[in-house]
Design a protein around this ligand. Structure first.
Ligand code: SF4
Ligand code: SF4
Length: 186
């Protein structure tokens, strides 16, 4: 449901807040659908990327924060390269995920935020995602010891695609500092 002010206008406070945090000028969107047409995960989302932008314009905070769409974005950046207004929905989705976690909103896929958290922690620790520790953290926190990702994960591990130890990454200290700065600035 769109949020109206007492004067009967659409409440733009959510739009302003998301624009400020993401740096994306969402008010420029005129619903051309180019983002959604190129998005590889749009068919699996409950609301398409262009819908999410429109819902933010309409002040629909709860519906956006509880949507599955914000967790289904894989940050491929296709939308940003196609948008005539240079709106990067990948950056927007990342911002919305952080806001949803801070405000305690959950999608109907109840553990999906734990997978995101495991990914972020993995990058923060080692400078890049390490699939084995990421999957272990997810399984422990979700108490889902038979997670859907376990079986394909084991196959990939046996094929040598998932190394047991994290790979060496240059500039780990710099990456840690970026994470510390982002945490402080919240
Ligand atoms: S491509 Fe850009 S302008 Fe077009 S619907 Fe998507 S966000 Fe809006
Ligand atoms: S960055 Fe996210 S929203 Fe944009 S095209 Fe890729 S998956 Fe879709």
């Amino acid at each position: 449901m769109e949020t109206m002010t007492s004067a009967g206008k659409v409440d733009s406070s959510f739009l302003k807040e998301v624009e400020k945090r993401s740096g994306e000028k969402l008010s420029l969107c005129y619903q051309c659908l180019k983002c959604t047409a190129g998005c590889p995960t749009a068919p699996y989302m409950d609301f398409r990327p262009n819908n999410i932008v429109r819902m933010i314009q309409m002040g629909m905070r709860k519906e956006v924060m509880e949507s599955s769409a914000i967790w289904f974005c894989v940050y491929c950046q296709t939308c940003g390269t196609r948008c005539p207004n240079e709106i990067h929905i990948g950056i927007l989705m990342d911002t919305l995920r952080e806001m949803a976690m801070e405000e305690g909103f959950h999608a109907k896929e109840k553990n999906i935020h734990l997978f995101h958290e495991a990914f972020i922690h993995s990058v923060g620790r080692g400078g890049r995602a390490h699939e084995v520790t990421m999957l272990m953290e997810y399984m422990l926190k979700s108490r889902d010891l038979m997670a859907d990702s376990l079986f394909p994960g084991v196959i990939l591990f046996l094929k040598g695609k998932f190394p047991l130890l994290p790979s060496l990454v240059h500039g780990k200290e710099e990456i840690k500092k970026i994470f510390e700065r982002c945490t402080k600035e919240k």
